[in-house]
Design a protein. Structure first.
Length: 170
């Protein structure tokens, strides 16, 4: 529902801008060109944000945490002869969650690479609102996916810490 309202609002704003750009008086044309220029600047800033996030991913922002979890899981497995079946089942479940997060991370990195290889949005030349809107929507979706991955990773680390503590207490 909210998405539809936002889409209709964007279409309405784009329609007003196009109308003012072609059929408005001099001040309306000037104002429409300013708005389009500012939208291009915002898209450029979004593009730069995507590039910086891509660099963080390339630097292994999440890979290091997943690697540490793998080491902890292996240590628990090595001491498995002293653990009960409940701990081993929880360990299997945590390893499945870790594998799922790794797949999500790989997917996000592939999408980041695709976005980075895509040509940057046009700057202040003509009206390509739909292309600009698509780029902004993709950037926002990527950011949302990264934040969700971060939350899931933090929860997995908390659950892993609890399991490690339980394994040490036994």
């Amino acid at each position: 529902m909210l998405g539809k309202i936002i889409k209709y609002g964007l279409v309405l704003v784009a329609g007003i801008l196009i109308y003012n750009l072609f059929f408005g008086d001099a001040s309306e044309k000037k104002q429409a060109k300013e708005v389009i220029g500012k939208a291009g600047d915002a898209l450029g800033a979004t593009w730069n944000l995507l590039k910086s996030e891509k660099q963080k991913f390339d630097a292994g922002k999440y890979d290091q945490a997943l690697d540490k979890l793998s080491g902890a899981y292996q240590a628990i497995r090595n001491g498995a002869q002293y653990l009960d079946q409940n701990v081993l089942r929880r360990l299997d479940e945590l390893e499945r969650r870790k594998a799922g997060l790794q797949q999500q991370l790989d997917s996000i990195e592939a999408d980041d690479q695709a976005l980075q290889n895509a040509p940057p949005p046009p700057k202040k030349k003509g009206l390509r609102a739909s292309a600009a809107d698509d780029a902004a929507a993709k950037a926002a979706e990527q950011q949302r996916r990264k934040e969700a991955l971060q939350r899931e990773l933090e929860q997995l680390i908390r659950d892993s810490d609890a399991l490690l503590k339980q394994a040490q207490d036994q």
